[in-house]
Design a protein around this ligand. Structure first.
Ligand SMILES: *Cc1c(COP(=O)(O)O)cnc(C)c1O
Length: 363
């Protein structure tokens, strides 16, 4: 590949320097000064009461599902247009997902449809809303709906680190939120995640669950089942350097987005920007005009070493979730049919952008 969709980006020697520090301290362990600093600085940067570093974003969601005590037969309300990790950890514990379609204005969960889902499923144990492609969901609207019914709101902010909603960090104001530190995200540890909450009891519960549920006594005492979910000190060092450069990442991603906007012909429409916030421009995503096939575009670009992808396939269309209830309006299906994710790496060359547009023009 000459241009990946969303490759990791190292900030000079800063990552290497912090990894060397981790090596020198011999904290090659799922605890240590880098983990502590990452949790402290991430919570402060995004304005949360606290943070927990985890082995993946999926694990952060899994810890929340465990903390909620999700059991077979429970229902959870989830964004339909998302990556499977938003719902997988809940479904794995036996929950039945209720999928809610996207709003055409934000591509995130439509609050009016969410209200219907909450009314039709009054015993839902949680509502999990995804910030799609780096754009915050309509947090206040969803938080108000959830508060009125006593349903915990979880924001899957895996893709939206650095994005804002009405001036605050994406996810801030929810019961809990998570970031992914996977290799393709705007800041990365190679693999990892962060779980955020304002409630210290919830954070303590998740921390305990991430440490095999061990009780705070000198011997190994277990009153509940946990798992091994904590991030190691070495990947935390990488993530810490990345977090400290998030401002640079946001600037570079915005430049890539602007570069694409300046080139987009009439047959490609960019993802709408919601009026309530600033996206982090993690990926530049467009919809192609009727009659243009995203899969043909992906193949033509791949032949030139340029990576692109269709949008997330809606969850209600996934064979693994067949027969799950859904509140739909057709937006997710239409976006999947016509959407294309363009290469969006920091520092993507203008030549690749020009070549991409030319290649698609010729199709
Ligand atoms: C990347 C991603 C996740 C999962 O994060 P991992 O760190 O890869 O486990 C969850 N939800 C969404 C929407 C994502 O894009």
């Amino acid at each position: 590949m000459r241009a990946f969709l969303s490759p990791p980006f190292l900030n000079g020697d800063d990552e290497r320097a912090l990894v060397a520090q981790a090596f020198d301290s011999n904290y090659i362990a799922p605890c240590g000064p880098m983990v502590d600093a990452l949790e402290r600085e991430a919570a402060a940067r995004f304005g949360f009461g606290g943070a927990l570093a985890t082995v993946s974003g999926t694990m952060a969601l899994s810890l929340l599902a465990r903390a909620l005590g999700i059991r077979p037969g429970d229902e959870v309300i989830v964004s339909d247009l998302t990556f499977i990790a938003s719902v997988g950890p809940f479904a794995e514990l036996g929950a039945r997902p209720v999928f809610v379609d996207a709003s055409p204005e934000t591509w995130c969960m439509d609050p009016a449809l969410a209200e219907r889902a909450l009314a039709e499923h009054p015993r839902a144990r949680a509502l999990i809303a995804t910030d799609l492609y780096g754009q915050s969901c309509d947090l206040d609207a969803l938080a108000a709906l959830c508060a009125a019914r006593g349903v915990p709101l979880i924001v899957d902010a895996a893709e939206s680190a650095g994005a804002t909603y009405r001036g605050r960090a994406a996810g801030k104001g929810a019961w809990a939120a998570i970031h992914s530190l996977n290799g393709n995200k705007i800041i990365t540890a190679g693999g990892g995640g962060l779980l955020y909450a304002d409630d210290p009891d919830l954070l303590a519960r998740c921390r305990k669950l991430a440490g095999q549920g061990r009780e705070p006594v000198p011997w190994y005492e277990h009153r509940c089942l946990g798992t091994h979910g904590r991030l190691g000190n070495v990947p935390a060092a990488i993530a810490l350097a990345q977090l400290r450069h998030l401002g640079d990442a946001l600037r570079d991603k915005a430049a890539v987005w602007e570069g694409w906007l300046a080139r987009l012909p009439a047959w490609a429409t960019p993802m709408p920007t919601a009026s309530y916030g600033t996206p982090n421009r993690w990926l530049t995503v467009v919809t192609l005009a009727e009659g243009r096939d995203p899969l043909r575009a992906v193949a033509a670009l791949a032949a030139r070493g340029i990576e692109s992808r269709p949008l997330w396939k809606p969850m209600h269309l996934q064979p693994v979730f067949q027969d799950c209830p859904a509140v739909l309006c057709g937006v997710g299906e239409a976006l999947f049919a016509q959407g294309l994710c363009l290469p969006s790496g920091r520092g993507l060359s203008p030549d690749i952008m020009d070549e991409t547009i030319e290649t698609l023009e010729r199709l």
